[in-house]
Design a binder for this molecule. Structure first.
Ligand SMILES: C[S@@+](CC[C@H](N)C(=O)[O-])C[C@H]1O[C@@H](n2cnc3c(N)ncnc32)[C@H](O)[C@@H]1O
Length: 214
């Protein structure tokens, strides 16, 4: 896969985007609870483990990870948006968590450090996926695991499909011409992470070893 092919197309997270997210943070954290549960279940974190949470936002998955690795474990959380980290510090209030404002794609993370790298909806915004996953792989200890949740393609998400079809029907009814957007549009797609029809190819595509296809 060339650098050009692996280049992401998604929006960059800015402080402005973060402020918008934070204005609705309670509801967003609540609605994310089921996928967070799934993420934590798949990550199978153990007491004493070192964990990196990528794109931690306001910190709900970071807090859950910190509980799971207690006692003796340590969680580091990284987010590119400073307002997100400021909010996470306020909301989580766990002095053992290390918070980093930085781009997970290029931030100099310690090498071979983490037993598990987790991410709830934070892996689909990289500018260069190959570079980003290589950075994460370097930070993982041998045998470590990467567990992330990302959107599926638009056609598989009823919420987006419903909205998309409603707009399409209206445009059709009004006889307004439009260009069909691709299924792998921006972050709403596992295709964004790999060029196969399934995000399961993330590991092999970026030189990571896959431990589970689930
Ligand atoms: C959709 S939000 C998810 C936030 C949180 N994980 C949650 O589920 O509540 C995506 C998060 O990823 C962060 N992010 C985007 N690109 C990033 C990057 N390159 N490095 C680190 N964080 C990033 C954003 O700032 C944002 O907080």
């Amino acid at each position: 896969m060339s650098d050009q092919e692996s280049a992401a197309t998604g929006p960059r997270w800015t402080s402005e985007a973060a402020e918008k997210w934070l204005s609705r943070v309670d509801g967003l954290e609540r609605s994310g609870a089921p996928i967070r549960e799934l993420l934590l279940e798949r990550a199978d974190l153990q007491p004493g483990e070192r964990v990196l949470d990528v794109g931690c936002g306001s910190g709900p998955s970071t807090a859950a990870a910190a509980r799971a690795v207690h006692p003796g474990g340590r969680v580091t959380a990284i987010d590119i948006a400073a307002p997100m980290i400021a909010a996470a510090r306020q909301r989580v209030r766990d002095r053992d968590i290390e918070w980093i404002v930085g781009d997970a794609e290029s931030y100099p993370l310690p090498e071979e450090r983490y037993d598990a790298i987790i991410s709830q909806m934070g892996l689909m915004f990289f500018t260069n996926n190959a570079k980003a996953f290589a950075n994460l792989a370097r930070a993982s200890r041998a045998g470590g695991r990467l567990v992330g949740v990302v959107w599926a393609t638009r056609d598989k998400i009823s919420m987006f499909n419903f909205l998309f079809n409603s707009v399409r029907q209206t445009l059709d009814r009004l006889n307004i011409a439009y260009q069909e957007p691709p299924l792998d549009f921006g972050p709403f797609s596992t295709l964004h992470l790999s060029n196969s029809s399934s995000g399961r190819a993330v590991g092999p595509t970026y030189g990571l070893r896959r431990s589970s296809d689930a």
